[in-house]
Write a protein that binds this ligand. Structure first.
Ligand code: TA6
Length: 300
């Protein structure tokens, strides 16, 4: 489907040779990025990064081939933005509404070092519909690394604002049996399959051979995903985030998801950077908080 079907006002964000506006995913408008080192794609729906790939590597992000691309559903894979709550909430969407709405594309630019930077804002109308007195900005910077920064500002003059956030990143792996995750030793985690039992991580590296769904608490540590099938190590550095979630649905949960193929659990692992549960953020009036995640990879 050609670009000329995309509403004209988005075309002004195109940058020849670097940024195009497309709508090949179910007609949803998206920003397609090309740098000297990589390609990426970000849907305006959820400001959802659906693709990031370095020129000399397999894709870094997993995207289910059964994912839906429809206005009121989350995309399965890439980087869902979880905000303003993590997990279920009675009568409301799992993981909040930010990933279900169209974000405003505010800016595209090529920076001095050849990176492409894209700025999204949660529309004021969405904030008002949800009684949210905050401005939410998501900035994506693409080069040979993928940098994501989520900034929340409390726009109330009188009230504190508390929220959870999480960049729920799905990483592509060669096979989950060839993957180990390092960087969480010594941290306490909530083990969801064990009814959220509070446990201590004693292993230098984590291997996955069953459903894993863990919220690691009070950790600002860098995590590495070592993939001996794709011969690469993915590095996830973060700031402004005190929680790390590790998730693989394994067999039963994979089968239960209609937008996820039964065997796709072997090609992905989520390592999610956020502030959830005990690490939720409370902003005083007028104050801001930023969470920044830098994803890089190297051949190993
Ligand atoms: O981050 C892990 C988790 O909370 C899992 O419990 C599972 O629910 C996963 O998120 C996916 O949630 P979703 O709503 O995207 O299907």
């Amino acid at each position: 489907m050609s670009n000329d079907l995309v509403p004209g006002e988005l075309q002004r964000y195109a940058i020849p040779g670097r940024v195009t506006i497309t709508n090949e995913n179910g007609g949803l408008p998206a920003v397609r990025i090309t740098t000297d080192d990589s390609t990426a794609e970000i849907c305006l729906h959820g400001a959802h990064i659906t693709q990031f790939q370095k020129d000399d590597e397999p894709p870094l992000l997993f995207l289910s081939h059964l994912s839906q691309f429809v206005a009121d559903k989350p995309i399965r894979g890439g980087v869902p933005i979880v905000f303003p709550w993590f997990g279920p909430r009675a009568g409301a969407a799992m993981h909040g509404y930010a990933r279900l709405v169209t974000w405003y594309l505010a800016k595209t630019e090529v920076t001095a070092d050849g990176s492409v930077k894209v700025v999204f804002l949660l529309p004021d109308a969405i904030a008002q519909q949800n009684g949210l007195h905050a401005q939410v900005r998501f900035v994506v910077t693409v080069k040979d690394t993928l940098t994501m920064e989520l900034t929340v500002t409390n726009t109330s003059a009188t009230e504190n604002f508390s929220y959870e956030d999480c960049l729920h990143t799905y990483f592509m792996v060669g096979d989950i049996g060839s993957v180990s995750i390092a960087g969480l030793k010594g941290r306490t985690y909530l083990d969801k399959p064990a009814n959220f039992a509070r446990k201590l991580e004693t292993w230098d590296v984590i291997w996955i051979a069953s459903e894993v769904d863990r919220v690691y608490l009070d950790t600002t540590d860098t995590v590495e995903i070592r993939d001996t099938k794709l011969n690469r190590t993915i590095r996830i550095e973060k700031s402004g985030s005190n929680s790390t979630v590790v998730w693989n649905p394994w067999v039963e949960k994979a089968r239960a998801m209609t937008d996820f193929d039964d065997e796709e659990y072997r090609q992905m692992v989520c390592v999610e950077s956020g502030n959830v549960g005990e690490s939720k953020i409370t902003l005083a009036p007028g104050k801001s908080a930023s969470m920044k995640v830098v994803v890089s990879s190297r051949k190993t």
